[in-house]
Ligand binder design. Structure first.
Ligand SMILES: Cc1cc2nc3c(=O)[nH]c(=O)nc-3n(C[C@H](O)[C@H](O)[C@H](O)COP(=O)(O)OP(=O)(O)OC[C@H]3O[C@@H](n4cnc5c(N)ncnc54)[C@H](O)[C@@H]3O)c2cc1C
Length: 479
């Protein structure tokens, strides 16, 4: 049933070893007369020259603290019409890992300032009279956790998430926005209906798949290269109340992969017997079954899980979730039984939790707060995210998990691995699914990364940001 699935796997390593490399550079730009709300104080410059990765430091000349999107329009216009245009980067939460939201000697837009100080609502929930569809109009600076809470107040919710919700809508839509829901609902970039974008020429443009579609698709997954997302309209659906959250342990990688693929083969959006979420983890023998990003396993079961990991050196865990509400609570257990029938996990190693929808979606937050309280959140995060083609996933286990990670004892951080369906990605968007590492230093490597999409990506840059003003920290055009 699963052989012909066009599946790619995302593998995420959270490696905590590398040291930071700090690039000390001097700002050179003098802005006169200056746009509104530019600041140069050390505290603002320090914030704008740091990110979650803690490995890159690029000092901007100034930071824009906008109180409305007009301030952003004004700034980009000012740069575009300057004899020497200066680089500009939107900084959402700065949760990039390699300086992608920085602008050396340019201006960083502190989008969190806009979130805190805007005079108009940042999130509005509405129903389209013509079709009855419900959607959220959301400022690019808004956090996904706030979008969730605002939508739930109306009994609705976005359907596609990231594991962590304290990041901005503009930040994830510039990348892709993936999680365990992507196999069924597509990444976040596949769930946007319309946007307002400030282009690199300083124009505010409304775009959708029908109107100004080139800009729309270029911006989605466009790494901030074509415009600043001022507003995104996000599709919403009725919200469930509760979640059955289940993990199953495997000692055999082939069986683990086969079962993951089988479970995501039920993937139609409206399919009632499909799972809502599927991810996977790699557990190594020297670690605890739980990691900072999730405490799941009952403490009383830790010894036997550790024993299974010790016997096998490395074990694998399928993590799934199925949502339910009062209409489906009498059938949820039976539905899951049918879905799990014939799975090849280790007997006695299935663990289940029943939690609220919010607790499930916001599951990484408690780990973050704990690390913050221990002063361990702001450490270097040399994370690696890869898409691996299905055809090479067994080689990846043998060559990387076993031969490198395990043998050389490289990481104690979480390793996630989960499949997605290629068909859920909109090929018109800028996002690409490469089979190689995404961090690249030269334009030649970016050309390889984008493959057949490169020509269009470059053409869109010429059209919407011809002076190479936006998001220089991605190092695509500003190498
Ligand atoms: C703990 C943690 C867990 C994560 N889990 C996931 C996950 O499960 N799935 C996933 O997909 N990602 C995940 N991420 C990665 C995250 O989605 C990206 O790093 C995202 O870019 C962070 O958003 P941000 O608001 O911090 O963006 P920033 O780091 O501030 O910016 C990222 C890029 O987007 C540009 N940008 C920011 N705002 C805008 C805007 N309004 N318009 C245009 N461009 C803009 C910036 O210039 C920059 O180039 C995780 C990150 C962390 C720290």
């Amino acid at each position: 049933m699963t052989e012909n699935l066009p599946v790619h796997f995302i593998v995420t390593f959270f490696i905590n070893r590398l040291k930071s490399s700090i690039n000390k550079s001097k700002p050179w730009i003098t802005l006169h007369p200056q746009p509104n709300n530019l600041v140069h104080d050390p505290q603002s410059l320090t914030l704008a020259s740091s990110d979650y990765g803690n490995m890159v430091k690029e000092i901007p000349a100034a930071v824009l603290q906008p109180t409305s999107i007009n301030d952003v329009v004004h700034l980009i216009n000012y740069s575009y019409n300057n004899p020497i245009p200066f680089p500009v980067a939107a900084r959402g939460q700065g949760h990039s890992v390699r300086g992608q939201a920085m602008a050396k000697n340019g201006v960083v837009i502190d989008m969190s300032y806009l979130r805190r100080n805007r005079k108009t609502p940042g999130i509005t929930i509405s129903r389209l009279r013509s079709t009855g569809e419900i959607y959220a109009d959301v400022g690019g600076e808004q956090l996904w956790i706030d979008v969730l809470n605002a939508a739930l107040a109306y009994g609705v919710t976005p359907v596609s998430w990231t594991d962590y919700l304290y990041i901005t809508v503009g930040g994830t839509l510039s990348n892709g926005g993936i999680s365990g829901q992507s196999f069924r609902y597509g990444p976040q970039v596949s769930n946007v209906v319309e946007m307002d974008v400030v282009t690199g020429k300083g124009n505010m443009v409304t775009c959708s798949a029908k109107k100004n579609y080139e800009l729309f698709h270029a911006v989605l997954g466009g790494l901030g290269q074509f415009g600043i997302i001022a507003r995104a309209r996000i599709a919403l659906e009725p919200a469930p109340n509760r979640v059955k959250w289940i993990r199953m342990l495997y000692t055999n990688f082939s069986a683990f992969v086969k079962d993951q693929e089988r479970l995501i083969s039920f993937n139609e959006r409206k399919q009632s017997n499909a799972l809502d979420y599927l991810e996977g983890l790699v557990l190594l023998h020297h670690g605890s079954p739980d990691t900072w990003r999730s405490s799941f396993f009952p403490p009383s079961d830790h010894p036997r899980i550790i024993s299974l990991a010790n016997q096998n050196s490395i074990i694998y865990c399928i993590e799934v979730a199925k949502y339910y509400d009062r209409h489906t609570q009498s059938t949820i257990d039976k539905d899951l039984e049918v879905l799990f029938d014939g799975l090849d996990y280790e007997s006695g190693f299935k663990f289940e939790k029943d939690v609220t929808y919010v607790k499930f979606l916001n599951r990484v937050r408690s780990g973050e707060l704990k690390l913050q309280s221990q002063g361990l959140w702001n450490v270097p995060h040399p994370w690696l995210n890869l898409f691996v083609p299905k055809s090479r996933i067994l080689d990846f286990d043998a060559g990387v998990f076993r031969d490198i990670v395990l043998r050389r004892n490289i990481t104690k951080g979480p390793i996630l691995i989960y499949p997605m369906n290629y068909s859920k990605w909109d090929s018109r968007n800028s996002t690409v699914i490469p089979d190689e590492e995404v961090k690249m230093k030269t334009q030649r490597q970016w050309i390889d990364h984008f493959g057949s999409k490169w020509t269009n990506f470059r053409d869109m840059k010429m059209k919407f940001d011809p002076k190479y003003i936006l998001s220089p920290g991605q190092r695509i055009f500003n190498v």
